[in-house]
Design a protein. Structure first.
Length: 225
């Protein structure tokens, strides 16, 4: 007697599997330029809100959250915005210290990674001739009034047209008034330069100042103009 095959049929409703929900994602990009952002300038923060890494979420409210140096306080919302038709957003914000930032989309239950925005002192570099063949080079700094910076400022002097230079001098960075600091050196210009030279200065990170990037150091040789 042939065997009878029994096939069990399940209702179609039970066979249907709901697709897994895809979490929203927030990407964030911090544009600090080649020379960094200096006190008084604005950081530009951009990014995109998507549902799967590619599909934009438009018209969503987002928040820029921050906690400034020394990074011990909770994150606080600085400003809100709405994503565009392509899911993108953009903020411009002046900061007064190095600051940790993130972007949150509450309705989408999404948040970006935490990034550190570095802020450098505003600087002004100048020189004047003291006597023939001798110049005085001054680096002025402007910072928040309650910030202290110090240590050495490094100065580089080279013939006009030179692409690199070694350290020529260093000077102590001193407070002039609240929020104003200065470093100054006097340099003899070699006759071989024929009166034409170029110069630069480099700020060294001051611990506990909350300004600058501790991972960046001044080159001891090969400064690139």
């Amino acid at each position: 007697m042939p065997r009878r095959r029994i096939v069990a049929l399940l209702p179609l409703a039970l066979l249907a599997v709901a697709p897994a929900a895809r979490a929203a994602e927030v990407t964030i990009h911090l544009d600090e330029g080649e020379r960094g952002i200096h006190f008084g300038q604005s950081h530009r923060i951009t990014g995109t809100l998507t549902s799967d890494g590619t599909t934009p979420l438009a018209g969503q409210q987002i928040e820029l959250q921050a906690k400034p140096f020394p990074f011990s306080d909770p994150l606080q919302t600085l400003v809100t915005a709405t994503t565009g038709a392509d899911g993108t957003f953009s903020f411009r914000r002046k900061l007064s210290r190095n600051t940790k930032l993130r972007v949150v989309a509450p309705a989408a239950d999404a948040r970006s990674e935490l990034v550190t925005a570095h802020l450098f002192p505003a600087t002004s570099l100048s020189y004047r001739q003291v006597r023939p063949g001798v110049v005085r080079i001054t680096q002025d700094y402007r910072v928040p009034r309650d910030v202290q910076i110090g240590g050495k400022t490094l100065f580089y002097v080279a013939p006009a047209g030179a692409k690199t230079s070694r350290i020529n001098r260093s000077a102590t960075t001193r407070r002039v008034t609240p929020g104003r600091f200065r470093a100054r050196v006097t340099v003899r210009i070699p006759n071989a330069y024929k009166g034409r030279f170029r110069y630069a200065a480099c700020y060294r990170y001051t611990p506990r100042s909350g300004l600058g990037d501790p991972k960046i150091s001044c080159p001891r040789s090969g400064y690139r103009f």
